[in-house]
Design a protein around this ligand. Structure first.
Ligand code: FES
Ligand code: FES
Length: 159
């Protein structure tokens, strides 16, 4: 049986139906068509499906869709402002912090959650914020440097 769910997605009100037990990842991709959210392990261990729920990073593959009714969801699709990329997206490009791209959506959202609550993170803060996100390609250092650089780009960071 399907249940109606309403929530905010990147600032817009959306509504869809979800099967009982459906996960948020599938509802975002198949229910409301946000293909910026990517699945990897579907077991809550890789972090690539990370979205922000009321500003808090969560792995959407193991989040019950029915629990997000009335909440605010942020995904990579909402990061840029028109044609202007988010400072994190610019920094990821400048530091070659995305290679295959498997981890990138989750990394960006976990990093955004960090910068939204701490505009001047230390390296340890960044490592701690990204510790649930696995990257097979970069060795992590370009990603860490990209997040630190985005934080330093005073005036570009958007809350
Ligand atoms: S797909 Fe959700 S944690 Fe890997
Ligand atoms: S860029 Fe390939 S897994 Fe991170």
């Amino acid at each position: 049986m399907k249940t109606p769910i309403q929530f905010r997605l990147n600032g817009e009100d959306v509504a869809t139906f979800a099967e009982g037990g459906a996960n948020l990842l599938d509802v975002l991709r198949e229910g409301v068509g946000d293909l910026s959210v990517k699945g990897g392990c579907w077991q809550g261990t890789c972090g690539t499906c990370t979205v922000l729920i009321d500003g808090v990073p969560r792995v959407s593959c193991v989040t019950l869709a029915e629990t997000i009714a009335g909440k605010s969801i942020e995904t990579v699709a909402g990061l840029r402002n028109g044609a202007e990329l988010h400072p994190l997206q610019n920094a990821f490009m400048e530091h070659f912090a995305a290679q295959c791209g498997y981890c990138t959506p989750g990394m960006l959202m976990a990093a955004k959650a960090l910068l939204d609550r701490n505009a001047n993170p230390t390296r340890d803060d960044v490592v701690d914020a990204l510790c649930g996100n696995i990257c097979r390609c970069t060795g992590y250092e370009p990603i860490i440097q990209a997040v630190l650089d985005a934080a330093k780009s005073d005036g570009r960071h958007r809350a």
